[in-house]
Design a protein around this ligand. Structure first.
Ligand code: F6R
Length: 596
């Protein structure tokens, strides 16, 4: 999704903004632009379709000097990727410039109104209505004009606004879409995410919905939607910029696959005491409150949804509470049964996924308790939730989620164990054994896997959940059409797709289902499939039937999804490389999906 960077200070705004935008590339974009207030008659700007490097090359030839500016990477929603549709958008006189992340839902009616008043539009974007609205309300006071403009907007927006008459000013707004403020020495930054500003400062404000930032006269103030001054708490970022860079790997995805033991360890260790007891400090739910819960929903998108499928299994098995898992974009429209006795567990790496946020809001409005599993401290999901479980996976930059997924599964196991202990459905001994095995497993990582051209994934039980995540990973970065099937469903239609030479990955880590999987492997092999099994190293039978076997360390069945997903991530990675794709930035995808 779009990225915003704004700067007011003594450095070259162009340099700070371009550098900041490069740190936001992971969000996904198709064009980039910059606007700088040079204290002249109009705002200087440049915008280019394509990679940020195209804009950078252009600026090398035609630099824009100045110390106050805004920049943007655009992920097209309204109107195709093009120079014209790129942000910043300017008013007709080019005296005001706006960058925007989000979607203005009522932009058509505003546009018609503005056209009737004589405004002309250059782009197809929803954003352009914002700059014309600011222009319409502008009478010398920039922040007042922005307040008046946003009053007319419906939807999600993070905004950065500059105007020629205000050479040292920048106004920024956060509503639904993420925006943070960086506080430097006599300089200020606004950005969609922390990595954009970490090079310059670690002191940040996380903005709340409706807050308006006013940088003026070398000071920064934050106001709420009613124009009251807000006393913000400064947060210090304690993770390093190195953590957000490739650390010697060719791609972030590979680094993040290798980061998994650390991500899992961090997620575990912070909640275990010397006696291996779990402390979920941010989950305030008491034993009594938990006993009151009659329904649990897990709601998320994409990979986080796949982690939720494993979470359901763990909670049902350990805590003996029935759980339903739903895709966030479907949940709201499916008339879910929600009341005060409902627990909604949402899962989101970024904590900014619009559909997930909408599901939370719906559940909260009906009195449900909301527990969020997220990787981003201070994210919208974290702030909306009643209870938060942070996965400490560190920043995940590659669009394809890997370490966040395994950390999410660990989070579910810890939550399931905590619930189980509270509900007394598990004994202390069994609990300690499970945690011990989990800790052992983090030492083991599967290294390299051969690349493949096309594939099906098969699995049963928990292995089917892994198969679904494996198929998503392979298709999203290799663009190979890949599907996951419950192996038992094969005979009910799917087997018609099996033909000579087609690679079929079979995940076989559940002891009680292994024999049945062997029968399924034989079925597809009889029809010419090339079978690659992913199995526990204790299962010697598998290598006799599969063409190739990737052995992984054996552990408790319940914990196998944490290990079995690793080779599938590597399959996706190498397949993507082999096909010459951009592993970290697959086409059409964004890291943080902040629109519905
Ligand atoms: C796939 C992937 C996506 C995300 C989904 C939810 O590799 O990364 O499917 O899992 O967009 O994102 P979050 O977890 O940020 O809510």
């Amino acid at each position: 999704m779009c990225g915003i960077v704004g700067y007011v200070g003594k450095r070259s705004a162009e340099e700070v903004i371009i550098d900041g935008l490069s740190k936001l590339e992971y969000r996904g974009y198709d064009s980039a632009g910059i606007a700088i207030n040079q204290n002249k008659e109009t705002i200087a700007f440049a915008k280019k379709k394509g990679r940020l490097s195209i804009l950078e090359d252009y600026l090398k030839e035609m630099p824009i000097l100045g110390h106050v500016g805004i920049g943007h990477t655009r992920w097209a929603t309204h109107g195709e990727p093009s120079d014209i549709n790129s942000h910043p958008h300017l008013n007709e006189k080019e005296t005001i410039a706006v960058v925007h992340n989000g979607i203005i839902e009522n932009y058509m009616e505003i546009k018609e109104m503005l056209i009737a008043e004589g405004y002309t539009f250059k782009s197809e974007t929803d954003t352009e209505v914002i700059v014309h609205l600011v222009d319409k309300h502008y009478n010398g006071n920039l922040i007042e004009a922005v307040y008046a403009a946003i009053k007319q907007l419906r939807g999600a927006y993070a905004l950065g606004v500059v105007a020629v008459d205000h050479p040292d000013e920048l106004v920024a707004v956060r509503k639904e879409s993420p925006l943070i403020v960086g506080l430097g020495k006599e300089e200020f930054f606004v950005a969609s995410d922390v990595p954009a500003i970490l090079k310059y400062t670690r002191e940040v404000y996380f903005l709340e919905n409706g807050e308006v930032v006013h940088i003026k006269d070398n000071a920064l103030k934050v106001y709420d939607e009613n124009k009251n001054l807000v006393n913000k708490e400064v947060k210090t970022i304690d993770w390093d910029i190195e953590a957000a860079s490739k650390g010697g790997y060719d791609y972030f995805m590979l680094k993040e696959i290798y980061d998994q033991p650390q991500a899992i360890k961090e997620t575990l260790i912070r909640r275990l005491d010397a006696d291996r007891m779990i402390h979920l400090d941010d989950i305030k739910m008491t034993k009594e409150q938990l006993e009151d819960i009659t329904k649990v929903y897990i709601v998320a998108c994409g990979t986080a949804y796949n982690a939720g499928l494993v979470g359901k299994y763990a909670i049902e098995k350990l805590a003996k509470i029935p759980v339903e898992v739903d895709i966030a974009s479907e949940f709201r429209y499916s008339n879910p049964f929600i009341d005060e006795k409902t627990l909604l567990i949402v899962v989101s790496q970024s904590g900014e996924t619009a559909d997930t946020l909408a599901a939370m809001k719906l559940a909260k409005s009906k009195g449900a308790r909301v527990l969020a599993i997220t990787n981003v401290v201070g994210s919208s999901v974290a702030r909306e939730a009643t209870d938060v479980f942070y996965t400490w996976a560190g920043p995940e930059i590659a669009v394809a989620s890997t370490k966040a997924y395994t950390a999410q599964i660990v989070a579910f196991y810890m939550i399931a164990l905590d619930f189980a202990l509270k509900r007394e459905t598990i004994t202390q001994d069994k609990y300690s054994e499970t945690v011990d095995k989990g800790k052992e497993m983090i030492e083991n990582i599967v290294k390299d896997i051969k690349d493949t051209k096309s594939a099906f994934y098969l699995g049963r039980g928990l292995d089917y959940m892994t198969a679904q995540e494996a198929a998503l990973k392979l298709k999203e970065i290799s663009y190979i059409y890949t599907e996951a099937f419950a192996a038992g469903e094969l005979k009910h239609g799917t087997i018609a797709l099996i033909e000579k030479g087609i690679p079929v990955f079979c995940v076989v880590t559940q002891d009680d289902l292994a024999e049945k999987m062997i029968s399924n492997i034989k079925e597809v092999k009889a029809r010419g499939a090339f079978v690659i099994a992913i199995a526990k190293d204790t299962n010697k039978e598998i290598s006799k039937v599969a063409d190739d076997t990737i052995y992984i360390p054996a552990a408790d069945d319940l914990l196998m999804p944490i290990l079995s997903v690793v080779p599938t991530q590597l399959v996706a990675y190498y397949a993507s490389l082999a096909r010459g794709n951009d592993v970290d930035k697959p086409r059409n995808l964004a890291k943080s999906v902040t629109v519905e």
